[in-house]
Write a protein that binds this ligand. Structure first.
Ligand code: ADP
Length: 456
């Protein structure tokens, strides 16, 4: 597996484990708080029941029990129980239990009393009472008719949700009843959330911080790797670029020792010129490398002066055209008469030359290059267009990076060190201008440089 993926996967796993641990801890804290919450309300409810009994002489179900008692007497005295055939027994049970439940629900006062009691103690009094009947029997003289028997207390699921206040029992000659009374506190979630807010916020912050640190470290690592790959490419390119003129010079100087050449004056001159040209190219390369390292170490400070851009641009284009007359069509339309900008003429020339030579270099057919110069009075726009190979959108943002070269299979086919556009961008920026590229692969490219006009 590539190292990049390994780092990514282990990073993501570490973050995921951290998130799981945090979630587990939060869940534990939540459960603990929930338990404490129930306990608190349970204890308080017990206390409240004692208080109601002592001070108000009620358990909150006085009316309900009285009504159930009357109801039971009525059922027992009627012939319902004895007259109902076994087949309709369930129906009767349902009807009776509906009535009993209704009495309990609508006549109970405990919920209101508890609510007031909690409020008086500064707690949330927004509660719902819930009743679950355990059993209900009707008693006819000495016969007990079991009307309803619920599941065993401990098996009931509802136990887990509500807070058990108490188990109540009531009986008289005609009935026997047992039920559990629960309460649900409406704002329970909010109260617990508020209590664990700090832990929640801290764990969120720690997750976010870890994720950010991971992303930052990963990005840096990738950037380091990219730079180191670029540097390796650069060294390979530079070695290649330096070797070519050097080996030409070596061969040429060796040939000067050959009898055949020594006797031919014309050949000597030709060889000397070749050596001269290669030395110039070597010199140019070495200067480029030196300049780059100087630019890295010191602030880039161009010698900015007033410059009549029209004539300078015309001169650059003319001499470039003279050097490439045979292998390219170079058209220019420069409408910049009377316009001056603040610029360093040497750097400006390097910038335009780099753009023009790229326009010719990255072209597979006969290059057609056009250079346009215009101004709207506030800024100067220089457009250099070609019919070359073009640049894909993802490469467009990288080409200005130092040492970056678009991979074209055999990288040595087209000479270069990946510094040309890096220079161009730095020069443009030091002149307070900007540069943009419009390009499509196979359709050619247009580099647009915009510089401010000098209005002094
Ligand atoms: P170099 O030419 O030395 O490789 P540059 O910095 O001048 O370095 O250019 C960076 C990359 O941008 C080049 O490798 C090339 O792929 C791409 N490029 C630059 N100019 C053009 C252009 N006019 N047409 C197509 N591709 C270009």
């Amino acid at each position: 597996m590539p190292r990049k993926n390994l780092i990514l996967i282990s990073g993501i796993t570490a973050v995921a484990v951290l998130i799981l641990v945090q979630l587990y801890t939060l869940n534990q804290i939540w459960n603990q708080k929930d338990e404490l919450f129930r306990l608190k309300y349970h204890e308080l409810s017990k206390e409240a029941l004692e208080y109601f009994d002592r001070e108000l002489f009620t358990n909150g179900f006085g009316t309900a029990f009285e009504n159930i008692s009357n109801y039971s007497t009525y059922i027992v005295n009627s012939d319902f129980l004895s007259d109902t055939p076994d087949s309709d027994r369930d129906l009767l049970t349902d009807l009776v239990m509906d009535d009993v439940n209704n009495y309990l629900k609508s006549d109970e006062e405990l919920t209101r009393l508890l609510s007031n009691y909690f409020r008086a103690r500064g707690l949330d009094g927004d509660i719902n009472g819930r009743i679950i009947v355990n059993y209900f029997d009707l008693i006819d003289s000495s016969t007990v008719h079991q009307i309803y028997l619920s599941e065993p207390f401990l098996k009931r699921k509802s136990l887990q949700t509500g807070i058990l206040v108490s188990r109540f029992r009531s009986e008289d000659n005609n009935y026997r009843l047992s039920f559990d009374y629960f309460i649900d506190v409406a704002g329970k979630q909010t109260i617990i959330l508020r209590e664990i807010f700090i832990s929640l916020a801290l764990s969120m912050v720690s997750i976010v911080v870890v994720v950010l640190i991971f992303l930052f470290a990963y990005r840096n690592l990738m950037e380091e790797r990219r730079l180191s790959e670029l540097k390796t490419d650069f060294i390979n390119n530079m070695t290649h670029e330096l070797k070519t003129p050097l080996s030409t010079i070596t061969v040429a100087s060796k040939s000067l020792e050959m009898e055949r050449i020594v006797s031919d004056k014309e050949k000597i001159v030709e060889t000397a010129r070749l050596i001269g040209r290669q030395s110039v190219s070597l010199n140019h390369l070495i200067n480029l490398i030196l300049e780059t390292s100087i630019w890295e170490r010191t602030e880039f400070e161009p010698d900015i002066r007033n410059m009549a851009i029209g004539p300078v641009l015309n001169d650059i284009v003319d001499s470039f055209r003279a050097g490439n007359y045979e292998n390219a069509d170079i058209n220019s339309s420069i409408r910049l008469e009377g316009i001056t900008i603040r610029a360093d003429v040497t750097y400006f020339t390097t910038m335009i030359n780099n753009l023009l030579s790229n326009a010719i270099k990255y072209c597979k057919k006969r290059p057609e290059v056009s250079i346009e110069g215009s101004s709207d009075g506030t800024k100067v726009t220089i457009k250099i267009s070609d019919n070359g190979v073009g640049i894909s959108p993802d490469q467009r943002r990288l080409i200005f990076d130092k040492f970056y070269r678009v991979p074209h299979g055999d990288i040595h086919k087209t000479k270069g060190l990946g510094l040309g556009l890096y220079y161009v961008e730095r020069i443009v920026k030091s002149h307070e201008g900007c540069i943009e590229v419009i390009s499509e692969p196979g359709e050619g490219s247009t580099f647009i440089v915009t510089l401010p006009v000098n209005r002094d």
